[in-house]
Design a protein around this ligand. Structure first.
Ligand code: MOS
Length: 748
């Protein structure tokens, strides 16, 4: 331990300077050993059918073109999947494998040339004739085709349905009920760094520099697709410009670059355009959700029902489990949740930040606001009244649960008491003013992880794991953890990430990164610390050799035994080989009984104030505050950034994001950042977050809980509820748009 512990400090990002100076190298910027060729993907322009003919002659003759891959000449790859591989991100994903088109935007050709521009131009010269087939791409018109996903391909984290008691009877008997239908939109991750890869072969061995959240899964998927031993694939991904779930798996540009580089015996770079990422990296499926709440007049819930229909595809099932948080958030004796899917001829859904919770809580927490209004109860109090004392569906205690504290402290800091009591009753000039609240819940996870820590003769400790930093602050928090565990100052710690040569981690996903990689790093450093102390005492030539003092410590980089002290470097330099190394690990949830014995989640409360233009219906967020309980906070600065980033995405779900399907093509028509709206600075005036103190030693040795995805959970509902409070108009189809709001605005 250091004199001043680093964990808990708002340390600046270790990689911040590299990023703002351009010294952090992203996949597409990596310099290959020899000049690379550039690949460009040609996407399909039908939703379903066959390639009847494809003419590549003009493209092949175009200047600078080296190779045009289509299904006719693509090198052999494994078939897809198989779907029974439970980890979808480790499945084989062949491209250009046959003449089938399964969704709009699926790659039908890959053109490789001396420059990006030449490849892109040549791709435009490829002529494709399609034999289109009858397609299904309209979710809202196809809801009657929904089916129940079963077994392992249910692709969720939990059973598809849950039933406790008799919710229909509770609804029939209750004096107050709220039953409504809601719709949420298709959403796309839109990481700042589009998906990109550089593939280099050395004989039969492939090195793939690629932008990925999970090095080990990507390695497995590449090896499976290319039918080669995993050991022959190296994945390198030290810097990742955002992921949000869209980089959990391997994508077309990486597989196609690898295939082309092997054919050409030359490095190949490929990136998706922004437009291509709308159809080639997965999306959050739109959903129709029906929520029914039954309550006593005093506001005690007697029944909760949450019914979800979302989109999947015939070729790979993905069920976004939007009703998952409903199983845990509130007490009620009668409960039912179910998930159904409609298979459309579109790109499939994939995890998008807080898969399930984000669209599920947008709806559930709107429904709770509707119930509070129907009952005439303050929505903060309604939530507090229905606080369960154990997990309402699993029956086990919570590892920690401070939702009530978040609601109360958040309300006090926000000034909730000043909320307009009657919707549509407060004006500030031309603005109608409203406040909204919602609860947040997100599961706390951990996955099996390994790390190494090595002390060298210079006194530097190098920590390694294949964990990634996707912009969240992983380099920084792992540095803090390692420094404290070893008792070494920050500037003697070097954290190296994102390389499949390093010990295996689950990568960045599910908000488990800090707990998993962090616990493995802590374990490695604890073991290295013991090894250093042991060597200091026992290695010949060590300045502390033969020390018998019972007090042994490392503090601020100084090794002390009894009354003698020395530096780390002087110990390491006397060890054979000049270094000391230790391996650390942590078990995953399946091997951690605390995940069976306790219900583990992070909690929070969101508060929002909006202004709605009384004449035009324009909605402006005025301020937003989040209160969160997440166990120990490793770094308040990076943690706060995670929370407010998520909160802003929730704002976006409520007011902006909507990938619109053209049912004639199964295409998102607004597939760029001009037409697909996300909040910009002007939309985000005053957003803040704070953490309530909480201890939770159940999930991991660090005492932390998942935070990355908690911020988006429920924040959209707080905004929507504020819009209702401002106007008295309840919009149940998200995003809330002017045309839905205008007809109901109060007349003035
Ligand atoms: Mo997250 S949707 O697991 O990146």
């Amino acid at each position: 331990m250091n004199t001043i512990p680093l964990v808990g400090q708002p340390l600046d990002r270790i990689d911040g300077r590299l990023k703002v100076t351009g010294a952090a190298t992203y996949a597409y910027e990596v310099k290959s050993s020899r000049p690379p060729a550039y690949g460009f993907i040609l996407p399909a322009t039908i939703a379903k059918g066959r390639i009847a003919a494809i003419d590549t002659r003009r493209a092949e003759l175009a200047q600078g073109v080296l190779l045009v891959l289509t299904h006719r000449n693509a090198p052999r790859q494994s078939t897809f999947g198989p779907p029974r591989v439970p980890n979808r991100f480790a499945r084989a994903r062949p491209f250009l494998g046959d003449d089938r088109v399964r969704f709009w935007g699926e790659p039908v050709a890959f053109v490789v040339a001396e420059s990006f521009e030449a490849a892109r131009h040549a791709a435009s010269l490829v002529k494709v004739d399609y034999a289109a087939e009858q397609q299904l791409t309209d979710l809202w018109a196809s809801l009657d085709r929904s089916y129940k996903p079963e077994g392992i391909t249910a692709s969720g984290r939990a059973p598809t349905d849950s039933v406790i008691g008799d919710v229909e009877a509770a609804l029939a008997a209750a004096p107050v009920t709220v039953e409504n239908t809601y719709w949420t939109s298709f959403q796309v991750h839109n990481a700042m760094e589009p998906h990109a890869a550089l593939a280099e072969w050395e004989g039969a061995r492939l090195t793939l520099f690629t932008s990925t959240q999970t090095v080990a899964d990507t390695r497995a998927a590449v090896a499976a697709t290319l039918e080669m031993p995993v050991e022959d694939v190296r994945i390198v991904s030290p810097f990742v410009g955002g992921g949000f779930g869209g980089k959990l798996g391997v994508r077309a540009e990486a597989i196609l670059a690898a295939l082309a580089a092997r054919e050409l015996r030359r490095p190949v770079k490929a990136a998706q355009t922004r437009q291509q990422t709308f159809s080639n990296v997965g999306h959050r499926p739109a959903s129709r959700q029906i929520v029914k709440l039954a309550a006593t007049r005093e506001g005690l819930l007697t029944g909760i029902s949450h019914d979800v229909v979302g989109q999947s595809t015939p070729f790979e099932e993905f069920a976004e489990q939007n009703a998952m948080p409903t199983r845990t958030l509130y007490a009620a004796p009668n409960r039912a949740t179910r998930h159904r899917l409609v298979n459309l001829d579109m790109q499939g859904g994939e995890p998008v930040r807080a898969p399930g919770e984000a669209p599920g809580l947008l709806v559930l927490e709107t429904a709770m606001d509707e119930l509070a209004y129907a009952l005439g109860i303050d929505p903060v109090e309604l939530r507090i009244q229905n606080e369960p004392d154990r997990d309402p569906e699993r029956g086990v205690p919570f590892s920690s649960r401070n939702l009530v504290r978040c609601l109360r402290e958040g309300a006090a800091r926000f000034g909730w008491a000043d909320r307009p009591a009657v919707p549509g009753s407060r004006r500030d000039g031309r603005w109608l003013i409203g406040y909204g609240v919602s609860a947040a819940i997100r599961s706390n996870y951990i996955a099996k992880a390994e790390a190494s820590a090595k002390l060298d003769q210079a006194g530097i400790v190098t920590v390694r794991t294949d964990m990634t930093d996707i912009g969240t602050g992983t380099y920084t928090i792992l540095t803090q953890i390692a420094a404290d565990e070893l008792g070494v100052p920050q500037d003697l710690i070097v954290v190296q990430l994102g390389d499949s040569r390093f010990p295996r981690s689950p990568g960045s996903g599910g908000s488990w990164g800090a707990a998993s990689a962090g616990s493995a790093v802590k374990d490695a450093c604890a073991k290295l610390r013991l090894a250093i102390l042991d060597a200091a005492r026992s290695v010949q030539g060590s300045p502390l050799a033969g020390s018998t003092g019972s007090e042994a410590s490392i503090k601020d980089g100084i090794v002390t035994i009894g009354d003698r002290s020395t530096t780390l470097a002087s110990v390491a330099s006397k060890v054979a080989g000049g270094s000391l190394e230790a391996q650390g690990q942590v078990a995953g949830m399946a091997d951690n009984p605390a995940y069976r014995e306790f219900s583990q989640h992070g909690f929070g409360a969101h508060f929002a104030e909006v202004g709605v233009d009384a004449d035009t219906g324009e909605i402006r967020l005025r301020r937003m505050l989040g209160a969160f309980a997440v166990g120990r906070v490793l770094n308040p600065k990076t943690a706060r950034s995670q929370m407010i980033g998520g909160m802003i995405w929730g704002l976006s779900q409520a007011l902006y994001e909507d990938a619109v399907v053209d049912p004639r093509f199964g295409q998102f028509v607004n597939h760029d950042l001009a037409e697909y709206h996300v909040p910009v600075h002007a939309d985000v005036p005053d957003v803040d977050a704070f953490f309530v103190p909480e201890e939770d030693d159940k999930g991991n040795p660090l005492g932390i809980k998942s935070i990355g995805e908690l911020g988006i959970c429920g924040s959209g509902a707080a905004v929507g509820n504020a819009v209702f409070n401002a106007t008295g108009v309840r919009v149940r189809r998200f995003p809330i748009t002017l045309e839905q709001l205008l007809p109901g605005l109060p007349q003035s």
